[in-house]
Design a protein around this ligand. Sequence first.
Ligand code: M6R
Length: 612
Amino acid sequence: MCGIAGYIGKNQASGFLLDALKRLEYRGYDSTGIAVLGKENTLNYVRSVGKINALEEKMKERQSDGCIGIAHTRWATHGYPSEANAHPHSDCNENIFVVHNGIIENYKILKKELIKNGHKFESDTDTEVIAHLIEEHFKNSLEETMLNVLKFIEGAYALAVISKDDPEKIVVAKKSSPLVICIGKNENFIASDSSAIAGYADKVIYLDDDELGVVTKDDYKIISITSNNKVQKNCCKMDLDVAKVQKGEYEHFLLKEIFEIPEVIKNSTRGRMIPDQGLVKLGGLEVLDQSKLRNINRIIIIACGTASFAGLVGEYMLEEYAGIPVEVELGSEFRYRKPIIDSKTAVIAVSQSGETADTLASLSEAKRKGALTLGIVNTVGSTIARETDAGVYNHAGPEISVASTKAFISQITVLALLTVYLGRIRDMSLVTGKRITEEIDELPCLIEKVLENDKQIRDLAKKYSKYKNLLFMGRKYNYPIAEEGALKLKEVAYHIHAEGYAGGEMKHGPIAMIDENFPSIFIVPSDSVYEKNWSNMEEVKARRGKIIAIATEGNEEIKDIADDVIYIPKTLEILTPILAAIPLHLFAAYMGIELGLDIDRPRNLAKSVTVE
Ligand code: M6R
């Protein structure tokens, strides 16, 4: 969590840094700060509690013309969100300033030692020890000192450091938290991810773990923290449209991203299907020896949060159509178990950010045990994308809203592609392959139709925002969508309590909660479990519960039982989760708006959960 940025070059640093912080705000937003090295080698800093506009206001009073600076947006791990705990943190003499994303696990021991040596601490954070350690051990240059100091540090970090004692540079370092350096003309940029830099420059270097970078106005060098040797790294071209990281005509990123979904599906599937041959081509997997893929006898999908619900839909798809046993595991659980894995197990990490700490740690464990590791990742160049043996990018574009919507839909779409890919190299018939790929091809049009319900969903949000609880239910392919609908509502309309359940589980407990004040949302497309869902709706009705149904167009009888109906077009059963999730995403967004909440940046959350 947390976002960091840095600038060194011909312009005033604060312009880029504020812009970058705004783009990184999705990574954390309880406090922010900036430190700039002025022309006279003065170090000015401003820190503020709350979102970036509060910092911007403060900066008006304390302008700095410096061309070297670092900045931070925080998601608190150690210490309250207060000004004292906001980054940048400094040493005793305010000569050295540090911004940090990650957790220094052994900070307490280090702090104790530093206090013994006379250092004065101002904050409760783990980060502050880094500034004092640099002060304590400063010798020759900032990079030499950091190479030395980083050897004492345990934990995760993406760091950017500036110092009055070695002023013409920013020194950065990475371990387990993402960091990119972007190369411009007479200026260089640093950020937690490339979306913060889009439009400023387009040559990016993704730092790997245990690498330190020395970034000056016209140059950079990368050094291995473990060997102290120089590392040669290639620049990648950043292919990111700056419009994708701006709200455009929308008031909220969340709504913009939901309305982008038809385009997202096109981008996720472009060039990947040959419908008349019922085939899927996934370039990212074709690099593998195909017999390896044919020999897989088990798949474990690892993910967290929303991505895990996409994984669950994938489990149903892959088992039914590719005939491979699949389990879905939460990264936070899997990493601490003793999973049974062999070389015929494929472990698929599903992650929008490609940086989720628990997913990443589980993946490393699976790799160590000899599994074939694959990724379904949205963020190009992210750690998971680089750590896996092979994988498929989502091409959903940057997702800025903290709540995941378009990436989730893209994850299910890619899992459907993977199902056909793996199915066709096994027993899936040409007819089935054709049927699925042809229907995937139709999805953008079908989704446009779902989005036409926007006004109706907004009105429903007005009607239901007065309730305090909501139950989401679905069966089979739409059980994970019930979970997703509830999670999304919890995230963006957090004054309302929501639970997602498999419809068949209702009688095993949740039915006790149902009465006229506890509405339910049923996902009931006309599929193989329609009748079963109907019985569950009857049970809710018998207890005076209100029902919103997500049903297939043309189903008129549903109006006899549901108080409100949102229709989705007809499609194959395995693709119904894609169409059913979108009204629930819209519903959550409008509920949040009704409650007056910041739906792009809900309290207590951060987009990339890079700490466990
Ligand atoms: O970046 P990832 O897909 O790995 O993130 C996983 C979860 O943290 C994420 O899906 C989270 O649950 C979202 N806030 C859901 O909207």
